[in-house]
Structures are given as C-alpha cells and as structure tokens.
Ligand binder design. Structure first.
Ligand code: AMP
Ligand code: MG
Length: 423
C-alpha cells in the first residue's frame, strides 16, 4: 500500500458529531486500497470488481429466435388472415442452416438459433398448423403477429463496446453470468482486505476454556469474525489482549504491519484500564469521535502507519451496532466498493415512548405480524447493551432521528432489518 487511506478531514475538534456527519466523514474521507489482482471467473463470487467489463461484441451476438417455431419474412405475411408458407430449411441453435431460407418461404427454427437475414419474425410452434402438400411441408401461420415477434435482437442485452458491469461492486452470481456473457474468463478485482480483530479485557476469556469466577466469555470475537467475513474481507482473530498498556501497544503495532485494518472491542471508554486509545495515540493518530447516537459510546477511529483502526465498544450490543453503522461502511469503501446506506422501511410502532431530542437512537426491534397482514415493530422488552439475547431475538433496529421527541403507538417509525446490513 503506498497510499494513505485517511485524509485530513478525519481530524476533528472533539465537538459532538451527528450520525450523518460521522458517516459522511468516514465514507468520503477514505481511499480504497489500490492493489488489484486477476481473478478467475469461477472464483469471483464475493470479490470486488476493480475495472469495468465491456462488451467486445454485441450481446447477444446474433439476432436469434426466442422460441421454438418458424421463421419468416413479414413482407410475405398477411396480418389480417395469416399465411401458408412452404418450409424449406431448418436452423438449430449452434448449427448452420440446413436447406434454404428464401424470403417467400419459412424455416423451422429453434430457440437461440440465429434468424437468417431474409427473415425478422418467428411464430411459436404451438400457434401453427403443419400441412403436408404435394410440394412438401407448409406452415399455416395465424393472423395478428407483429413484425419482429419472438426475436431477440443482436445487442439488445448489451451493445458492442458498452459496459457490461461497472466496477466497485461486490460480485454476485448474477454478475458472473453477465461477465461470462462477454466471453471473459477472468477479471481484475481489488485484493481482499486483511482485517485483524482483537478483544480486550482481563475479564475476557475464550469460549472452550474452563469458566472462572469474575470472567466473561468473549462474544465479540465470534460476532466480529462473522461480520467481517460477510463483507468479503479476510479476518485474523488475534485473541484477547489483557488490560496492559505495553502488551496492547506491542500487539497493535505488530498487527498493523500486516493488516489493512484493526478492529478492537473494549478498552475505549474513559475508564482507567482502557489502554487501547493510549496505545493508538502512541503508535499513530487517534480520532476519537463523540457521535450523538444511543447506544452511543465514543467511537475511536485512527491509523497506525497505513493501517486503519476502529475501536469498538466492549459491550456486545454496542460493538454490533457500531460495527454495522461505521465498521461496515469503512470496510466497504476501503475494499473498493461503493457504499449505500442500509435500506430503511416504515413500520407501525407497537409501543410508545419519550425520547431526548438531539441524538439518534437505535432500539432493538422485534417484528410482529398482525391479523390482516400488517406488521408492527415492538421495542425489545429490556434495554442494556450487554444483553446478547436481545440481538438474537430482534429482527433489526428501530431508528429514531435526532428530531424525534416521542413515539406514539400506531405511528410509522423507521426500521432497519438486519437483512439490510446483509445479515
Ligand atoms: P469496556 O469497553 O472494555 O469497558 O467493556 C464494556 C463491557 O463489555 C464490560 O462489561 C466488558 O466485560 C464487556 N466486554 C468487553 N469485551 C467483551 C467481549 N469480547 N465479549 C463480551 N463482553 C465483553
Ligand atoms: Mg475492558
């Protein structure tokens, strides 16, 4: 990496940012990685396309039949009463014309076979009658067909030279179909991001180890590994760091050499034992952001050399939300993808509550199907950003904007289903 990812607009005077301001700074101020590699089409699902794919020829290349039927020329067709035409040839997909395709006649034609120059219209085989006469086989074409019916024009999917697929998108199976249609069997993609995650805290132990009094199993690492994997990045889980300034500093410094971004959880509040920020400050630059959201912990964001770092809160609910709100856009932009805000839906509220103005609140929302098909969203029964069960039971986040001062049962609220984050 020879480019600095972060530009100066991340520097911040410490004033409270709104959610939109924070997101704007994150997504506008980042430069994508600039390393690309050639990826075989077969391996390309989930990769991020770096250069446009263009059509070297029309797609489809030939004007061809959309159905199994009979090809003929509209000039020899009576739209009022239909026509009886001799069948003089046959065209199968992928084969040359057998017989002839004279203008005054018709040919048997199959789906995908190029339509001979003398014709431009095809009638479906289900709609014709075949008549055997002394001159051979004739086809009785019904009245009312349109000129060009049942024919796919050359280039109607993509014109020669036009863009088949624009870059900066994560490739879906259907994208691969489009690339294949151009004939390319490999494409230029951004190399996958290398992400490292750390949990922090003397009380945090790994699942699978014996429980000890006063400890808590590391939930964040498993969750963050999964969240990172969903973005297409590779993820190294570098374990739990104790609350020890020197050890944290050494671990972050080492990981920063070989990763594009470090994600830590815990140790970023103002508690005496929160050493992550201290370490980041020593090693590089910290931009500690106070964002007017709830659950709202200061999100720390910074850089060690060319490696970005995102310091997520320790509480699993806050870590989850902060990753989705800020980590996901950062990884998306850094990986070379265009970032789009998650889709929000208006859903009727099943609850009433008062809210402080001036900050954006994200409540865990549980959907309830009403009789008659309408959907309600309820607030998860308990608050508490350590309640991991709230995440497994919720269907998404209810988002209450800065201006909202109360919610009344029955009114429409913004709901972001977890599916909008690709979960
Ligand atoms: P901290 O931000 O380090 O003060 O942590 C806030 C709360 O989150 C504390 O109750 C921690 O025990 C808890 N916590 C921190 N890291 C994790 C983790 N990896 N898994 C589960 N809980 C955690
Ligand atoms: Mg801690």
């Amino acid at each position: 990496m020879d480019k600095k990812h972060l530009n100066d607009c991340f520097a911040h005077d410490g004033a409270m940012l709104t959610h939109d301001q924070a997101l704007g700074k994150l997504t506008m101020g980042l430069t994508p990685i600039n390393e690309t590699c050639n990826i075989a089409l077969d391996d390309a699902v989930g990769e991020v396309l770096a250069t446009p794919v263009t059509a070297p020829r029309n797609i489809p290349a030939h004007t061809n039949s959309a159905v199994d039927g009979y090809g003929f020329s509209f000039a020899n067709y009576d739209i009022q009463v239909g026509s009886l035409l001799p069948v003089t040839g046959m065209m199968a997909a992928g084969s040359a014309l057998e017989g002839t395709a004279e203008r005054a006649c018709a040919i048997r034609i199959f789906t995908g076979a190029p339509v001979p120059e003398s014709y431009e219209t095809v009638v479906m085989q289900e709609d014709v009658e075949l008549v055997l006469t002394s001159q051979g086989e004739q086809v009785k074409i019904p009245a009312g067909l349109k000129c060009g019916a049942n024919v796919r024009l050359a280039g109607e999917d993509v014109r020669e030279g036009a863009t088949v697929l624009a870059p900066n998108r994560r490739l879906s199976p259907q994208d691969l179909a489009a690339i294949a249609s151009s004939g390319a069997d490999s494409i230029e993609c951004y190399r996958p991001l290398k992400v490292a995650i750390f949990s922090t805290g003397d009380e945090v132990i790994r699942p699978g180890t014996p429980f000890e009094h006063g400890k808590v199993y590391d939930s964040n690492a498993a969750m963050l590994r999964g969240l990172v994997a969903k973005t297409g990045a590779s993820c190294d889980d570098l374990g739990v760091l104790p609350d020890d300034a020197a050890l944290i500093e050494a671990a972050l410094s080492k990981a920063a050499q070989t990763h594009d971004i470090l994600l830590t959880s815990g140790g970023v509040s103002v508690g005496e034992l929160d050493f992550v920020l201290e370490a980041l400050n020593k090693l590089g630059s910290v931009h500690l952001w106070k964002i007017a959201i709830k659950p709202g912990r200061p999100m720390s964001f910074g850089q060690i050399g060319n490696c970005l770092m995102l310091g997520l809160p320790g509480n699993p609910v806050a870590a989850f939300l902060c990753f989705l709100l800020y980590g996901q856009p950062v990884l998306t932009v850094l990986s070379g993808q265009n970032w789009h805000p998650p889709l929000r839906y208006k859903v009727r509220s099943g609850f009433s509550m008062n809210k402080k103005p001036g900050r954006r609140e994200f409540l865990r929302g549980v959907l309830e199907h009403q009789e008659g098909g309408e959907m309600l969203v309820n607030k998860y029964a308990r608050d508490g950003s350590g309640l991991i069960s709230s995440l497994t039971e919720a269907d998404g986040f209810i988002e209450l904007g800065e201006d909202v001062v109360d919610v009344k049962q029955g009114e429409l609220v913004d709901f972001i289903p977890f599916g909008s984050f690709g979960l």
